[in-house]
Design a protein around this ligand. Sequence first.
Ligand SMILES: *Cc1c(COP(=O)(O)O)cnc(C)c1O
Length: 414
Amino acid sequence: MSSSDDFDALGPATRGVLAGRRKGWTGTPEHPGAVVNPAVWRASTHLYSDMAALRAHPANEDGRFYYGRRGGPTQWALAEALTQLEPGASGTVLYPSGVAAIAGVLLTVLRPGDVLLMTDNAYEPSRAMGRGLLRDFGVETRWFDPTDMASFDAACCERTRCVLLESPGSLTMEVQDVPALAAAAKARGIVSVLDNTWASPLGFAALAHGVDISVMSLTKHVSGHSDCMMGSASAGPEWYRKLRLRAQGLGNVVSPDDASLMLRGLRTMKVRLEAETASALAIAQWLDGRPEVARVLCPMLPGSPGHELWQRDFSGGCGLFSFVLKGGTSAARDALIDGLELFGIGYSWGGFESLATPVDPASIRTASAWPLAGMDAADQFGVRLSIGLEDTADLIADLERGLAVWAAALGEQA
Ligand SMILES: *Cc1c(COP(=O)(O)O)cnc(C)c1O
């Protein structure tokens, strides 16, 4: 591509194919761009041609050989590809996991004495960071109701330095008014960070909607094959450099083998997300019509919390959503999950294979109610599904089997 303006004018599918494929990284000086993908550059030692070259090593610049901890062309290509998929980003930092990315970002932005605001439906390990790591370093964390702007305002104080958003949130999937929250944060001098793992930049352009730093667990959609872990943070010029230097100081590095797997996953992410989204919506609609189901929490489904915001702000979805059973018991819900044959039981999501896990937000939330407003108090046992690439009809038949097991389990207990 001749210029970055030309590149930015391309559609997201085209950018997903071209991103990060610099000719110097996919070839040799004699044959630039000779192969499609960058090689796996396994290297701890980077060599200098002579002492003059070592003495004259350039300032701490991106994309320059220096030492293995600063990566090589495989990692640079992945970071650049993610930057090119995030409108408004000037760079992307890679971390060994999504949790490492969240920690790396918060340890860049926060100082002792600061207050961090966190949405009440944040990923539990993010919450644990507030209770543990950050508290130990003198940072106080306060949680707020994800769907209530007044709750955010009430939680703000003079010392608030940063807000961690997640939309839709983990387990209960409420979509937040991210543009309004980011604008409110900016007006108060608060740095906004979004965990954008669910949508990825293909489904929600975080920086373009006013967020300062966009974080992703690449382990989920970007890998897409349940075989690799990594995280990323993308930001504009104000934050990118600081994130990069803090990550360097913390010794964060990802392996070129893993970066190569992530690049492979990235190339098909758009079609996988589209297929999963269509299948998940069909399954959500089917569940919504079932007498055993009290509530389906799926951003793409009308009636789900924040569906209107999803329609307004998002350009795509994914296969991850939850549903809540009508009454019942925890044991019956567990029997349902055990009764599924095509869904694995496991904590991750975003892979090609479907997964199911229990949803029990009551034990986690502190600033908002569960069951959600408008729900019956007895309806509290949920199931989270990560819909993969199987045939939708097979997954529905499996869920029908699971619901029959649930009903039988309740009958036995009665
Ligand atoms: C899985 C997940 C993470 C953490 O990612 P890892 O790569 O597993 O460390 C962060 N945020 C959300 C929303 C997640 O689901």
